[in-house]
Design a protein around this ligand. Sequence first.
Ligand SMILES: NC(=O)c1ccc[n+]([C@@H]2O[C@H](COP(=O)([O-])OP(=O)(O)OC[C@H]3O[C@@H](n4cnc5c(N)ncnc54)[C@H](OP(=O)(O)O)[C@@H]3O)[C@@H](O)[C@H]2O)c1
Length: 248
Amino acid sequence: MSTNLLKGKVAIVTGASAGIGAATANLLAAQGARVALVARRRERLTALCEEIAAAGGEAAAFAADVADEAQAGTTVAAVIAHFGQVDILVNNAGIIRPGGIVGADAADWRDTFDINLLGPMYWSRAVLPGMLERGAGHIVTVSSNAAKGPGAPTNNAYAASKHAITAFCGGLRREVGPQGVRVTIVEPGATHTEIAETIAEPGARDAMREHLYNSTAMQAGDIAAAICYALAQHPRVNVDEIWLTPTK
Ligand SMILES: NC(=O)c1ccc[n+]([C@@H]2O[C@H](COP(=O)([O-])OP(=O)(O)OC[C@H]3O[C@@H](n4cnc5c(N)ncnc54)[C@H](OP(=O)(O)O)[C@@H]3O)[C@@H](O)[C@H]2O)c1
């Protein structure tokens, strides 16, 4: 890995207020990238900006909801006004609303697809004109181990949204790869982050805590390292897919 290929690059990281996104923003900044932090909780983004600046890095906060189509356009425009261009997009923001199909609330399915699938589509479309003009750029989307299986009886909409990300990334790679824009999908398994705390139903929350808060789960920094590995390759190299699972 050649870290200097990231130096000075402008990277948008969505879902940068917690977990894998915050770790990725930190690591990118440590490698010399200028990082635009995106999530809804502005105060968390501001705190991370200060942390990155204190460590000698450069970051700026852009509070936005990735599921809002208009905000994708206005926020990317604001990032370009601030940093000049966008070289890298890390589509990381995501949610999980556990449950099968029987008795489920379709509003949860819509939220899941709006954030996990349409979000990456809106943000990719917004950054692509500049990347295509320059004939260079890289879009990394954080999917899940749930995209690799046959579907998930207890997380149906989540797994379905992540399976859809596979087709989205594959199609986008074939669309823009020939013009110099790289597309990578990263599929982590159990990773210790705050995602369990976002689950409202106590039983499902406890099950997720048990799954993620144990000594065998991966850490957010492990996934950030994989993302940065893909980003730091020579522009002639497209790392198509990185699938990470806990060793034990
Ligand atoms: N942890 C795991 O075991 C695991 C495994 C496989 C895949 N993943 C994937 O990894 C990604 C990151 O998850 P994580 O585990 O780091 O979760 P997390 O700790 O809950 O962080 C999720 C991030 O997404 C942001 N987000 C959620 N909805 C958003 C919206 N509508 N607009 C903007 N930002 C939004 C949150 O910020 P705000 O709330 O401030 O908006 C937060 O920064 C997700 O795509 C997830 O599916 C995680």
